[in-house]
Design a protein around this ligand. Structure first.
Ligand SMILES: NC(=O)c1ccc[n+]([C@@H]2O[C@H](COP(=O)([O-])OP(=O)(O)OC[C@H]3O[C@@H](n4cnc5c(N)ncnc54)[C@H](OP(=O)(O)O)[C@@H]3O)[C@@H](O)[C@H]2O)c1
Length: 314
C-alpha cells in the first residue's frame, strides 16, 4: 500500500471541498482543511478522522488574505514536510447587475474566487517546485467559459481561474513533475446558492442537470493524478459552451429567459444582502445544498412565469 498523501483543500468546510476532503480521508490521506469558519472545519475534520484520515489539521484562513494563506501553508508544511495534492475549491457567488452589487461585495467575490487561488499558488508553488512533485487542482466552473445574467463578478472570477490554470502550466514547464489540473463543474447541489449575495429580483439555484458534490470531488482527485481527466464535468457543459461560442446571437437572446427558469428559484422569497461573501456563515455550510428535485424546481418556475404573465395581462 502507498504512503498516505498530504492533501490540502480550500473551501473544505462545505460542498465540493468537503466532499474532496471526505474522499481523501477514506483513502487514508493526511488532510489539511482550510476555510474561514473554524467550527465547520472542525466538524469536517471529525468526519474525516472517522472515515480513516491519517491525520487532520484545521487551518482557518481567508483565502483572499495573502498573509493568512502564507501562514496556513507554512503550518501544513511545518507539520508534514511536504504537500502532495492541493485543491482550490473555496468560492462565493453574488447575484445582481454590476450597478446593483455593492462594490465591496463585487470585489470580494473576485478576491475570493480568483485572487484566492493566486495567493494559494504563490505559497504552495515553492513547495511543489522544490519537490518537483505534487498536484495543484483548481476548481473553476462552466461559468468560466460563458456569460450568464446578473453574475458578472462570478463570471469574471471564473474566466480568470481558467487563465490562471494555463498560466501556471506555462510558467512551470521546467518542473515536469508538478501536475496542474482544472475541473469545471456545471450545477452541483451545495449550499453555495443559499450562501450567495443577492441583489437581484430572484434567488439562485443549481442549473439543471444537478450533480452531487461527490461526483465533482472524485473528478478532482482523479485529475490530481491524471490532469488530462479534468476539464468539464458533464456533457451539458459542452452543449452550453457550444451555444455560447458558435451561436452567440442565439445564445445572448435565449440565455436570460432560460437562466431564470433553469438556474433561479422564482418562487422563493428574495432576501437581499451580502450572504457569505464578506464573512463566513459557517452554520449554513454542509456537504449538500438540499435543493430538491431540479425538474420540480423548473416546473414551479414555469408555473410562476405563467402566473406572472397572466397577472400582467389582467
Ligand atoms: N455548486 C455549484 O453548482 C458549483 C458549480 C460550478 C463551480 N463551483 C465552484 O466549486 C467551488 C466550491 O463551491 P461549493 O458549491 O462547494 O460552495 P460551498 O458549499 O458554498 O463551499 C464554499 C467553501 O468555501 C469557503 N470559503 C468561502 N469564502 C472563503 C474565503 N474567503 N476564504 C476561505 N474559504 C472560503 C466556505 O467556508 P467559509 O465560508 O467558512 O470560509 C466553504 O468551505 C467554488 O469555487 C465554486 O465556484 C460550484
Amino acid at each position: 500500500m502507498s504512503a498516505p498523501r498530504v492533501v490540502l483543500v480550500t473551501g473544505a468546510s462545505s460542498g465540493i471541498g468537503e466532499a474532496v476532503a471526505r474522499q481523501a480521508a477514506a483513502r487514508g490521506d493526511h488532510l489539511v482543511l482550510l476555510a474561514r469558519g473554524r467550527e465547520a472545519l472542525d466538524r469536517v475534520a471529525a468526519d474525516c478522522e472517522r472515515l480513516g484520515a491519517a491525520s487532520t489539521l484545521v487551518t482557518p484562513a481567508d483565502i483572499s488574505d495573502d498573509a493568512q494563506v502564507e501562514a496556513a501553508v507554512a503550518e501544513a508544511v511545518g507539520r508534514h514536510g511536504r504537500l502532495d495534492v492541493v485543491v482550490s475549491s473555496a468560492g462565493v457567488v453574488a447575484y445582481g447587475g454590476i450597478d446593483a452589487v455593492p462594490v465591496e461585495v463585487f470585489d470580494q467575490v473576485v478576491a475570493t474566487n480568483l485572487l484566492g487561488p493566486v495567493n494559494l499558488a504563490r505559497h504552495v508553488l515553492p513547495v511543489l517546485r522544490d519537490q518537483d512533485d505534487g498536484a495543484l487542482v483548481l476548481v473553476g466552473s462552466v461559468i468560466g467559459h460563458i456569460g450568464v445574467p446578473d453574475m458578472a463578478a462570478y463570471v469574471l472570477s471564473k474566466w480568470g481561474v481558467r487563465g490562471l490554470f494555463r498560466q501556471l502550466r506555462v510558467d512551470n514547464r521546467d518542473r515536469p513533475g508538478i501536475r496542474f489540473a482544472y475541473v469545471a463543474p456545471g450545477g452541483v447541489d451545495t449550499p453555495i446558492y443559499r450562501q450567495a449575495a443577492t441583489y437581484g429580483d430572484s434567488v439562485g439555484r443549481p442549473p439543471f442537470p444537478v450533480d452531487r458534490p461527490e461526483k465533482t470531488a472524485s473528478r478532482v482527485l482523479v485529475a490530481a493524478d491524471a490532469p488530462w481527466r479534468g476539464g468539464q464535468v458533464g456533457l451539458s457543459n459542452d452543449v452550453i459552451r457550444f451555444g455560447f461560442t458558435a451561436l452567440p446571437w442565439v445564445y445572448d437572446r435565449l440565455v436570460g429567459p432560460l437562466f431564470s427558469v433553469v438556474a433561479q428559484d422564482l418562487v422563493a422569497p428574495v432576501v437581499r444582502g451580502p450572504g457569505n461573501v464578506l464573512a463566513s456563515r459557517q452554520e449554513l455550510n454542509g456537504l449538500r445544498g438540499n435543493q430538491g428535485n431540479p425538474l420540480l424546481g423548473i416546473a414551479a418556475n414555469l408555473a410562476e412565469v405563467v402566473r406572472r404573465t397572466a397577472g400582467g395581462r389582467s
